[in-house]
Design a protein around this ligand. Structure first.
Ligand SMILES: NC(=O)c1ccc[n+]([C@@H]2O[C@H](COP(=O)([O-])OP(=O)(O)OC[C@H]3O[C@@H](n4cnc5c(N)ncnc54)[C@H](OP(=O)(O)O)[C@@H]3O)[C@@H](O)[C@H]2O)c1
Length: 318
């Protein structure tokens, strides 16, 4: 699989990464070590060389599980993880003060059972306004200088902040969301990163599974427990759900013409965008890991105009 070097960091990531969040453990469930091992092994044999997690995924337990499961793949399999500001959704967030980030990194290393993190990211901006970006980003630079992390990046930041951080110390990687049905307003940001020469990786390329062969009823049932979330309201609620399904159906028709699956073409559209070097897809099913990995071989260029024409049918235009 094609891979991209992150500047001079020595880190090179494959065009598809394995989303770690889906490895669990969901609240109230025991960690499934054998399940996590088989997903990682499926990823490695499909040519994927990295898994993405965060300290706050399942309150630290996702990093712990991935750390325990990494023995099932080669020692050079890469890990990206994130430190989260404390003013947020999760209790398992270190905070963005310099000392908090240093402590958070060391705790992540312990849970991951590694002596370094390949890519360490600030998960989302500190919206409390208490901690200047310069302090947090300076701490990330120190961790890189110490050799505890090989590359540093930002997730869910706006372009002016990315530029500001990049002036202080190069941003090695951006992680942000994009799919044919959501986060489309971030396309200028991605283009701006391309202009700065900062590689961009994308989460939720399948919009949480909406852009796959599944029916709207199946999607709504799958997401029923999160019906009060912004994700559900924007993509699956009345009318918007039908619009999401119309885009998914359109992708499905084009995929059939190309001899690939809906999910593969949805990911291939993401990878076709200027500046994007990799997409993260998450699944609990090893066969889907292999399916998603093969999206890296799908060349979407001959159907790009048809895919773009589907976007206005989608929920962002409701
Ligand atoms: N930085 C951030 O703020 C942020 C935010 C969100 C996510 N992330 C990262 O990005 C990763 C990926 O995001 P995501 O998992 O939410 O996005 P996604 O890949 O768009 O959606 C994953 C969902 O799609 C389904 N799916 C995956 N492959 C499929 C296929 N081939 N056919 C049908 N359904 C399929 C999965 O269900 P099954 O399990 O049933 O297959 C899963 O629930 C996460 O694991 C996490 O590491 C980062």
């Amino acid at each position: 699989m094609k891979s991209t070097a992150l500047g001079a960091t020595g880190v090179s990531i494959s065009a598809i990464g394995l989303g770690g969040f889906e490895l669990g453990p969901e609240r109230g469930q025991e960690p499934d070590l054998a399940g996590a091992q088989s997903l990682l092994a499926a990823a490695e044999s499909a040519g994927i060389n990295w898994v993405d997690t965060s300290e706050n995924y399942h309150d630290n337990a996702n990093e712990e599980l991935i750390g325990a499961a990494l023995g099932s793949v080669g020692g050079d399999f890469l890990v990206t993880t994130k430190v989260a500001p404390s003013a947020g959704l999760s209790a398992a967030a270190s905070g963005f003060r310099r000392e908090q980030i240093h402590r958070g990194c060391r705790s992540s290393l312990q849970r991951l059972q590694r002596d370094h993190i390949d890519v360490y990211l600030l998960h989302w901006p500190d919206r409390s306004g208490d901690v200047p970006l310069e302090e947090s980003w300076g701490a990330m630079a120190e961790l890189a200088d110490e050799g505890l992390v090989r590359a540093v990046g930002l997730s869910n930041y706006e372009l002016p902040d990315i530029e500001r951080a990049h002036r202080q110390r190069s941003v090695d990687l951006i992680q942000t969301g994009l799919s044919l049905v959501h986060c489309l307003e971030d396309r200028p940001l991605i283009g701006g990163c391309a202009d700065l020469g900062i590689p961009v990786t994308i989460y939720e390329p399948l919009a949480g599974g909406i852009l796959s062969g599944q029916t709207l009823a199946e999607q709504r049932e799958r997401w029923a427990a999160y019906a009060d979330s912004g994700f559900y309201r924007n993509l699956l609620e009345a009318e918007r759900g039908e619009r999401s399904a119309a885009v998914a159906a359109g992708v499905g028709r084009l995929a059939e013409r190309k001899g690939c699956t809906t999910a593969q073409l949805a990911i291939a559209w993401v990878l076709h965008q200027r500046g994007i070097v990799a997409a993260l897809a998450g699944t609990r099913k090893p066969a889907r890991v292999a399916e998603n990995a093969r999206a890296a071989d799908v060349d979407a260029s001959d159907v790009i105009d048809d895919l773009e024409a589907l976007i206005p049918l989608g929920p962002a235009f409701a």
